[in-house]
Design a protein around this ligand. Structure first.
Ligand code: 26Q
Length: 808
């Protein structure tokens, strides 16, 4: 363990000094925000010192460097996490309390860096944690958005988006590095000149912006390795400030070039299909790719000189989805146009250096760009893509049956569009999915034509989560109990959680498990009372679905289940349920009308149900606004049922399923994504699985014999009633009925199979909750889930990437 403070006394001394330096005042009269900034600043400076040592060690050892390119890093808050990873959390909490100050309160003041949408961005953040823990020289490369993902407010049941000004109070973790700025050219045109038998290309008349890096330290658990996350901000090249315009009173015009450049890193785009084709998004993608590659190549050159053939030996470039797909053509451009390698030399290096992870099989989510847009913005990169495509076609074996169809499906350029997934596959030596079934689907269908040509490129890397943040930090009472039972080795090696199996038949231990869960439920109930003004009962079952809103995730099926339960409670006196609090949280992309209507439906049903004295002590519905990493850390530990109910074949992996499992929630889910591996590890008897499987979904669709109306008509009493209530005024109390949801489901013949799976879902829920009264059996099952969750540590995932993809 790296000791960054001699002892508590030296910590207090240094901390007082830091507070004084930052605020000019002595500790006693400073505000909490000054105290937070000084503490984070102090830890950040220690982290940077260890980072410099780490870097020296890596350089001396000739370590391969791994660059993780991701347009999102959903890192959340860092202070608590870094104190845990440095192994000084208890000491610092103690010291602060001696100083009359509460560490938790200070941690709560940290802005929640929301530089990501959901799963993909949080995965990137967990990977940074695990790379540092595993001692990998791993660096994040991403974007520094001025506004993170919007803040969600709920007004009259509806989602309202508010700008997230996360930088407004300063951000103590980052260091601006103007010395490492990179000039990025957009537009212009390609010129060529010949030297001997070679032609060289260049782009002239470009409009340039400056990519400015900010470095954030990444502290690995154990404190031995501190890596870096580098995020890029766009700025004007030089101050094109127009004094004449300013003096004429045209203030906006005077600073126009600044505004144009800064727009590139102003906002994070939502993960909604409707956002494709925005020029600014393409600029973002190129900016962080071009600037990040420049960083990686500069480091390589410094350490290994100009022997580019050695690049794959010392550098791995990993592309998180297709958003960094320009890594391929941009690296080709640098190696050919700037370093003067031939195409063949450069191509060999590029394909040995780059690897690609796919995160979705939804066809509407596969990234495509109009060729015309692309060519105009990035003419040279486009020409290289054109050449990659031409060579790909030329290499086709036209003696094989069906080659034309295969060519159509694998081409990068088709129908006037650049297909980024195909570009990513062709430029990579490795292509992976994020759960076993997801990789199977990629191989069997979405990328089947590539798989047929190069099966050896394909591999699976089931996602993982960091147990430091999602167990140790989020759930301190459970973590303490676990450590008392099995020691603290699980922090380092989460597979040690398996030792908890020995305690599954220990009634007194199970009672303590239940006690910790109850404390976490009380903690969440207090948060809910503060944030929503709603009182929820910690003795009810906490049934939780928290994730982005999307049709395939089927939050609508969940709330329809609640509507059905409510209907039966008020009309059937023989019907009983286990008292339950249905907890929802998550954001919908601002242009995704259906998803936003589902949020309004949940809040509208809540309004009616929560105010109906007939059911009040039985069911409550709670929508927690503004789901983000910080409140997720309160929600997961309090959950007892983990709702993972996507249509089979649609959720690539899911990671909230893993976070909930690790915190002792029981999965109520379909056989989709990583739910399958969860059920295998924990045993199906310790989860509740329902609904159609992927092959059944495929068969049903292919048969053409599915008629949504038949399902509704076959069950007028319950499903029919729920559907009717979407269009009548039962739940139209806040702002109108839900005709649009009804229409969306029926006019698409129940595309997401909400109606088809409804019955088995409600039944599974009833069966599962009916077992809640046997507290001991329930707690045993909860503990078993935690015990078997260790495999889902992102440390395991990262070791697989290291050994099988990066060879680092
Ligand atoms: C693309 C083009 C233009 C604008 C936005 C986007 C965009 C942005 C973000 C497209 C997709 C995303 C995010 C996708 C995502 O989070 N996918 C999830 O990744 C997780 C980690 O692998 C999986 O566990 C989830 O199953 C998957 O849905």
């Amino acid at each position: 363990m790296n000791k960054i403070f001699e002892n508590k006394e030296t910590f207090i001394e240094e901390y007082r000094e830091a507070v004084k330096e930052l605020s000019g005042k002595s500790f006693e009269i400073t505000s909490d925000i000054d105290r937070f900034n000084a503490l984070a600043g102090l830890i950040a400076s220690k982290a940077r010192a260890v980072s410099a040592e780490t870097d020296k060690r890596f350089a001396k050892d000739g370590k391969k460097r791994v660059y993780y390119f991701s347009i999102e890093f959903l890192i959340g808050r860092l202070l608590d996490n870094y104190l845990i990873n440095f192994g000084i959390r208890d000491m610092v909490a103690d010291a602060l309390s001696e100083m009359g100050c509460d560490l938790d309160k200070l941690c709560d003041l940290e802005p929640d860096a929301a530089l990501g949408n959901g799963g993909l961005g949080r995965l990137a953040a967990c990977f940074l944690d695990s790379m540092a823990h595993e001692g990998i020289a791993g660096y994040g490369n991403g974007m520094r958005y001025r506004y993170g993902l919007f803040k969600q407010e709920i007004v009259n049941g509806r989602q309202v988006e508010v700008a997230d000004e996360w930088l407004s109070k300063g951000y103590p973790w980052e260091v601006r590095r103007p010395d490492k700025a990179v000039r990025i050219g957009f537009g212009g045109h390609v010129v060529s000149h010949t030297e001997g038998d070679r032609t060289f290309y260049d782009v002239v008349d470009t409009q340039d912006v400056l990519a400015l890096p900010y470095d954030i330290p990444v502290v690995g658990f154990g404190g031995e390795t501190v890596n870096k996350l580098r995020v890029w901000s766009a700025e004007p090249i030089d101050e094109h400030f127009d004094l004449d315009a300013f003096n004429r009173g045209e203030y906006a015009n005077a600073d126009a070039s600044r505004a144009d450049a800064e727009a590139i890193s102003a906002i994070l785009y939502p993960n909604d299909a409707g956002e494709h084709g925005r020029l600014l998004r393409l600029k973002q993608e190129y900016l962080f790719v071009a600037a990040g590659l420049k960083t990686a190549l500069d480091v390589f050159r410094r350490e290994h000189g100009n022997d580019w053939a050695k690049l794959p030996e010392y550098v791995a470039i990993h592309t998180n989805d297709t958003h960094p797909a320009m890594c391929g053509p941009e690296l080709m451009r640098i190696l050919m146009d700037e370093e003067r390698l031939t195409w063949d030399e450069a191509w060999d290096i590029v394909t040995k250096t780059i690897s690609y992870t796919n995160h979705t099989i939804l066809p509407e989510a596969l990234e495509k760009w109009p060729i015309a847009t692309f060519k105009k913005l990035l003419p040279r990169v486009y020409d290289i893509i054109d050449e990659i495509n031409r060579r790909w076609r030329d290499g086709f074996d036209t003696t094989q049956d069906g080659w034309q169809e295969r060519l159509r499906k694998t081409s990068v350029l088709w129908d006037g569009e650049v297909r980024m997934a195909n570009l990513s596959v062709i430029c990579s030596h490795s292509v992976n999915g994020v759960a076993k079934i997801h990789t199977d689907i990629l191989e069997r269908s979405v990328l089947n034509d590539f798989y047929a040509l190069t099966p050896e490129k394909f591999n699976n890397k089931t996602n993982g989560i960091t147990p430091r943040r999602f167990l140790a930090e989020a759930n301190p009472s459970y973590a303490k109990l676990i450590t008392e039972a099995i020691g603290d080795g699980w922090l380092d090696n989460a597979e040690e959680l398996k030792k908890l199996v020995d305690f599954e038949s220990d009634p007194s231990f199970l009672k303590r498990v239940a006690h910790s869960k109850r404390q976490n439920k009380i903690r969440l109930a207090e948060y809910v009372r503060r944030e929503c003004g709603l009182v929820i009962d910690p003795d009810s079952v906490f049934d939780v679905q928290v994730k982005r809103f999307h049709a395939y995730k089927r939050q609508v099926m969940n709330i329809m289940k609640v509507m059905d339960v409510y209907n039966r409670l008020i009309s059937d006196s023989s019907f009983h349920v286990q008292p339950t609090t249905f907890i929802f949280s998550g954001k919908a992309a601002s242009s995704y009308t259906f998803a936003k209507e589902v949020i309004r439906l949940i809040n509208s049903v809540a309004e009616v149900v929560n105010n109906d004295p007939r059911v009040n002590d039985l069911i409550k519905i709670c929508f927690i606004p503004n789901f983000r990493v910080s409140n997720a850390q309160l929600i997961y530990p309090a959950a007892e049922i983990s709702e993972q109910i996507s249509t089979a074949g649609k959720e690539a992996s899911g990671t909230s399923n893993m976070k909930l499992m690790m915190n002792g929630a029981i999965t109520l889910g379909t056989m989709d994504g990583a739910n399958i591996e969860i059920a295998q590890l924990a045993g199906e008897e310790n989860e509740k699985i329902f609904g159609l499987t992927t092959p059944e979904v495929e068969q049903l669709r292919a048969s053409g014999s599915y008629f949504a109306w038949d399902i509704v008509n076959a069950d007028r009493d319950r499903l029919g009633r729920v559907m009717d209530e979407l269009t009548d005024d039962t739940f139209a109390k806040l702002s109108g009925n839900f005709e649009s949801i009804h229409t969306e489901i029926m006019s698409n013949n129940d595309y997401d199979l909400v109606l088809k799976d409804f019955h088995s879902y409600v039944q599974a829920w009833e069966e599962l909750t009916s077992t809640y009264t046997d507290a001991q059996a329930w707690n045993r099952c909860a503990l078993h889930n935690t015990a078997m969750s260790g495999w889902f540590s992102s440390d395991r995932t990262i070791r697989e990437y290291r050994d099988e993809i990066w060879h680092a």
